[in-house]
Write a protein that binds this ligand. Sequence first.
Ligand code: MG
Length: 328
Amino acid sequence: MYVEMMFDSLEGLSVGDALGQQFPVMRTSVDALRAGAAPGGQWRWTDDTEMACSVVAELCTRDAIDRDHLAAAFARRCDPGRDYGFSTVGNLSRIRKGAPWREVSAAAFDHQGSCGNGAAMRVAPLGACYASDPDMIVTQAIRSAQVTHMHPEGISGAVAVALAAGQAARARLDGIRPTPEQFITTVLDRLDDGETSRGIRRARTLLGASVHQVAGELGNGSRVTAQDTVPLTLWIAATHLHDYPTAITTCLVAGGDIDTTAAIAGGIVAAHTGPEAIPREWLVAREPLPAWLDRARPPKPGRLRRWLTGSPRRRQPARGISKPSPTQ
Ligand SMILES: [Mg+2]
């Protein structure tokens, strides 16, 4: 497990979420933001971050997703003031009162299960955590999605984002950045066929197009489904994998469900760049992550432990990309 890269991804996810939430009421421009400006007090994060923190805490505590525990954690920590969807608040409330998550999740949306973007929005850190093991990424992403999203598209969106984040982190370890086309192809290679994967395949044909054209063709999350959200975020992450500020501001330009598109793209890109690529002003403006997450976080390995565990020598990273510590 790559615990440090998992937390790097969470930083990128939460800053994207908080900035996306705050942006509509900011009196600023995308150009000013690109320059690192951070107007307007503290940026409050939303459900994307709250749920991602629960996923990360689960992986710190149990090394893998235990669906019963994750469902209970989502339900216990759900603060409706964090901009959760109406049905999610109701479903998590039922789980908190003792209803089995399997029944609640399967019964959603007239027994079709949810295909919302909620499983995709929280999963990037999981992909970074299992960077070297795509099979594990797929297995664990499915498990993390099922507790709230039983529809195949809701699950597929989560698997796609987790695979993208895992590949982003893997590329950081290897010091080799894939081309945008390679990046998207690697995700597609392990994705089941469906509406979400077809959208991602379409995204691959739009590399180099303007973000307005891409959002017009793929959707921008305004329908809050995985199909309408994930293809655009993968296009943005693939195009700007080395450039966190541009990835996030591109989400803002695309419009739609911008706290979630910025959370997804931010979680993927920061897994590759490390937190150093996030403008310091943005990190400072983001509301601190919850204290309970700090308590779940294992201590960082010291130099002596890294030496004793014999971390392999790796190629030098690309310029501006920080190298993570070895596995924990
Ligand atoms: Mg949100």
